[in-house]
Design a protein around this ligand. Sequence first.
Ligand code: B12
Ligand code: SF4
Length: 501
Amino acid sequence: MKIVFINPVIDKSKDQLIWASALTHNLFGRMTVMPKLAPMVLAARTPPQHTVEYIDEDIEDIDVNGIKADLIAITAMTVQIVRAYQLADAFRKRGIKVALGGIHASSCPDEAAQHADAVCVGEADNSWPELIKDLENGCLKPRYDVKDYPPVTELVSPRVDIIKHKFYSMFPVQATKGCPHDCDFCCINFSSGHKYRMKPVEQVVAEIRAFEKYNKEPFRKRYHFVDDNLYVNREYTIKLFTAIKELKIKWMGMGSLNIAGDDEVLRVMAESGCKSFSIGYESISDESLAEANKSRANKVSEYQTAADKLIKHGIIPAGYFIFGFDSDDEEVFARTVAFTRKYHILTPYFNILTPFPGTRLYDRVKERIFDKTWSHYGSLKCVFKPAKLQPEQIEAGSYWASRQAALLDDMKRQLMYFWSQGPWETNPPLRAGERFLLRAIGFKVRRNKQYRDFLVWASKQKNAVDLFQIVMTVTFDDMAKKFVLEQPDGSVQAPVPVMGK
Ligand code: B12
Ligand code: SF4
């Protein structure tokens, strides 16, 4: 049998892709951040007599009428589900069976069932083999429910051979699942649960090694730990980082604020190749943190130390912020941007509070939700009415903040500050070859004088580190332009509809 996994694109229109920019298209072709891990995991659980294929609509078009398959298996977050249903309906019209899984199908299984022959609820590591067996026997069930969370020690390593490696700038790895915190906007409550499950460190190392076969110089890719929280079990974290040191990889990941208080972990983390670490700061107001049940995890007074500590170890402080809490007022956007600048949170990501189905936030604000178009549930649109601001103000403010945070001149200042805090043994200055490469990229984008000058400027800075980060800076600036149309008077026009219909 042939099983085709599909990751649907958020928006069919190529130049509205969120995680790609016109610049990256020009430089590297149709490239995106990273492949979804779920298809690789499920492919590994598929008995070897079956053929598997992975189609990622972020990087390739899908020819619905040309694909031959016994099963189409679609994974989707809420923002992707409209497209997932379109594809599912089209394949089923051709008589091909469709299975739907992932976070949205898990939270709205009855809705998903209208577009699929089988819906998988929850982690499918163990239910998938059963589904395949039923398919072989012609008795596919409409629902495969996983109520508990399988221990990760029983998991097999993902099939990294099924992806088209050259189209991705990063490879995903997962060492742990779950998070002990309980933020009310987060899907963790039902997706991976609060019990922290840790893969054997040797398995994580083996998984990275499998990717390494496809990871060659000069554009060696980074790894993205997709773990919800890498800092829960200190002993495990140290063991993990120590083990991956020998792989000499570069990686990024995310975790809680309290990691900043642990110099030993930060040291091993830097030695193991961590170049950027994201913290879910969410808000610079303790009131908003309390509203989201995040006060136990976050104290605003500790944010500055966290950023300082990461920088001290040569790691770029990244962080997630959310706008749209009931206590947010008109000032929140400028205040937050000023905060990230002042404390050198070099890569802030601004999202809009979104009540995803299945979350406590959803239950709390459901009477105030006015937009149920799932393709708007990508944290870039305001779909419910917050207490103090209008949804349009939240969108305009959030987009304004994203634009401000990516402004090249500002980033130049931030990078200069970051580089001035070195040198770091774990993050050495650019080599001659890398400087040459930066200039070569500058030449390739020469039509954009600002980008060319920036890249050439960076190539000349003695203490500049991290080629990837420098190129990403330009890419972020390019991406941010898509979200905001700035007016000559500095005001922000209504945002471009980035999430499709
Ligand atoms: C990695 C990640 C990303 C990557 C995704 C790209 C990529 N290629 O992976 C990036 C960083 C780009 C990303 C972006 C976003 N993300 Co995200 N992301 C994650 C994260 C941290 C891990 C996902 C993962 O790889 N898990 C590991 C795999 C193995 O698990 P899995 O996908 O759940 O798959 C298992 C089951 O679900 C099931 N399954 C999955 N698919 C299928 C399919 C079939 C057919 C079957 C049978 C079973 C099945 O079996 C799998 C194995 O057990 C999750 C958090 C989480 N814990 O899931 C958030 C998460 C998925 N993201 C979320 C959100 C909101 C976003 C954004 C929309 C907003 C934001 N700002 O973060 C953006 C999208 C931006 C955009 N417009 O493009 C939410 C989704 C909520 C929702 N209902 O949609 C999550 C759950 C975070 C959270 N805690 O709330 N994200
Ligand atoms: S700390 Fe992060 S992963 Fe954990 S519950 Fe809160 S938002 Fe979710």
